[in-house]
Design a protein around this ligand. Structure first.
Ligand code: ARG
Length: 585
């Protein structure tokens, strides 16, 4: 079903075209926004001011002409209750209460909450998480994982064909030195007689690096290892597999805790395509040699001195690099995967890299920006209370998974402090949900382009804009349903929603703006749109529950259904954020 916003957009476009007998007036001129204050109504149309300049007419007269040409009824149903012109020519709009009630009813009764559009033939590739093999996952990989999973869930809910890709840094010259080092210092790892974990691997990696810099003979052996892997030498490839496996197990621990599912398609996947990509770029005359390296030079990408920044795709030693792999990846995603949209999620520091890859791909003909949309979603840093880059521990080894466990443990302490009446198993399960939800929500509710301050205390609060507050509202609705004790499924078949009290109407309006919120988020890819929406929904629910009696009131059944719709939207919204709900807390 069409969103209220889009319906208004259409109704006002029609009215404007009629008022000025001009069908060439473009939809872009129609500006519909949410009302800034409840007392002004639900929405407002700000087009009269813009139009008055074009038509050289008084804006209030323009507004009056629009309103008198406006159809208040849509599809035989009263849609707009009233319009009022205010100030220089704002048109304040109130939606018909019955329209809101009926629309709420549709949301309640449909599996997809009234969303009927299908995008199954539109493919969205989302490149996220993407840690680096033989290194610890960094806090920013956590951000990428949480934001990426949320965007993937959004597009999945909107019925797109979504491909979640983990572009793991699993290839490159660094593996040569690690393999050479393990062969000498820990052969048991490579022949399977000794087990280890990522923490040890990272230590060996650091030692290998040190030896590489100090010992020329070791450096030579490492370089030979790189040649061996790249030429497909079985024993070297096996060693590489083992290293990848150890790393993979560590990441998987994080993904399991976060309940994130993603297909691993690391840099190594594109290795067989690299030589061809470079040859192709050469044949298209896009390659310039600079200091022995093969580069793509593009106007518009310059450093501080105003010199053109090269996109290096092959180093002077012949090695292919990160950018070469991304060129192969974008070509593969467009040509083989048939993506309609590709979204990359990394820290904002890589933004220049992606803009250059996008441009180079366009020049090479891999990407037609009119057909395939590419977005780099950059995000800010995670900071500690002192405003410094966040570290999971002060000691040298940082494990992301410890940070998740710490949140879960703190959540458990809070539950114990609140003296919840739960079995040990339920307590642990609830603490896990609460802790992980808190981490995710804290990340998603911050405007992703800014840095955010990581604070266990703040993210685990039960009030304010937190995951626990949303969960609490959800639990509260379930409590009301239990208390009244009527069967919701039966009610759904026999009762229709009827809105009377202003708090009831305000809540229903909010419920009806879920689809609009998702629309906006699918365009600009800002998850905090949804957290803000859900926070407002929970607050409006609390206001409704404060102002409107449910149990025993003549409107009891209708109000229960309204509450049930809120619970459904809350749960679905939280699901898109990657949050779980509990029945009690
Ligand atoms: N592994 C990279 C890093 O940790 C992130 C990869 C992002 N995706 C991509 N296609 N480059 O910095």
């Amino acid at each position: 079903m069409i969103t209220i916003h889009n319906q208004l957009q259409q109704s006002f476009l029609r009215a404007i075209q009629q008022a000025f007998s001009d069908t060439s007036i473009q939809p872009a001129l129609v500006e519909i926004t949410h009302s800034t204050q409840e007392k002004f109504g639900h929405y407002q149309c700000n087009s009269a001011m813009k139009l008055s300049k074009i038509l050289k007419k008084n804006p209030r007269e323009v507004a009056e002409a629009i309103v008198s040409n406006l159809n208040l009824v849509e599809d035989g149903q009263p849609f707009i209750e009233k319009c009022e012109i205010a100030g220089p020519g704002f048109i304040n709009i109130s939606i018909d209460t019955n329209y809101l009630a009926n629309r709420t009813q549709t949301i309640l009764h449909s599996a997809k909450l009234g969303m009927t559009e299908s995008h199954q033939h539109e493919k969205v590739v989302i490149d996220f998480s993407s840690p680096n093999t033989a290194k610890e996952m960094q806090v920013w990989h956590l951000r990428s994982t949480i934001i990426g999973d949320c965007l993937a869930r959004l597009f999945e809910f909107l019925d797109y064909d979504v491909l979640r890709l983990n572009h793991v840094g699993d290839w490159g010259t660094a593996f040569g030195m690690l393999i050479a080092y393990l062969k000498e210092e820990a052969p048991g790892i490579l022949n399977g007689t000794q087990q280890t974990d990522l923490t040890h691997l990272v230590t060996w990696y650091k030692q290998a690096k040190k030896r590489f810099d100090e010992d020329a003979a070791f450096k030579k052996r490492s370089q030979l290892e790189v040649v061996a892997i790249q030429s497909g030498d079985a024993s070297s490839l096996h060693a590489w597999e083992i290293i990848c496996d150890i790393s993979r197990r560590a990441y998987q621990e994080v993904y399991d805790l976060l309940d994130v599912h993603i297909i691993e398609r690391g840099e190594s996947f594109y290795n067989p395509m690299l030589a061809d990509v470079i040859a192709d770029l050469e044949s298209k005359q896009l390659i310039t040699i600079s200091d022995g390296a093969k580069c793509v030079m593009m106007p518009g990408f310059t450093n501080r001195e105003g010199e053109i920044l090269p996109l290096i795709v092959q180093k002077s030693d012949g090695g292919f690099n990160y950018a070469a792999t991304d060129m192969a990846a974008i070509r593969h995603r467009v040509q083989e995967e048939k993506a309609n949209r590709i979204i990359y999620i990394t820290d904002a520091g890589q933004s220049m890299h992606f803009q250059m890859v996008f441009k180079a791909a366009e020049l090479a003909g891999y990407l037609n920006p009119d057909k395939v949309a590419v977005n780099h979603i950059g995000f800010g840093l995670v900071l500690d209370a002192q405003g410094k880059k966040f570290k999971t521990r002060s000691s040298e080894t940082e494990r992301l998974v410890d940070l998740l466990h710490a949140a879960i443990n703190k959540a458990k302490d809070i539950l114990i402090e609140r003296q919840v009446d739960m079995s040990e198993a339920e307590l642990n399960e609830t603490a896990k949900v609460l802790g992980i939800n808190a981490i995710k929500y804290a990340d998603l509710s911050n405007n992703r382009s800014s840095d955010y301050v990581f604070s266990y205390d703040r993210m685990l609060k039960f009030e304010g804009n937190t995951a626990a507050f949303l969960m609490y509202s959800y639990v509260r609705i379930n409590g009301i349903k239990r208390k009244v004790g009527v069967d919701i499924a039966t009610l759904k078949n026999s009762v229709t929603i009827n809105l009377q009290h202003p708090s009831e109407i305000a809540l229903a309006l909010q419920v009806n703006q879920f689809d609009e919120t998702l629309d906006v988020m699918a365009k600009d890819l800002f998850p905090h749109r949804l957290t803000e929406y859900l926070f407002n929904l929970a607050e409006k629910f609390n206001a409704f529950f404060r102002d409107c009696r449910v149990e025993g009131d003549p409107a009891q059944d209708s109000r229960l259904l309204l509450a049930e719709t809120v619970a459904t939207v809350l749960k679905q919204g939280m699901n898109i954020l990657g949050l779980k709900v509990v029945d009690r807390m």
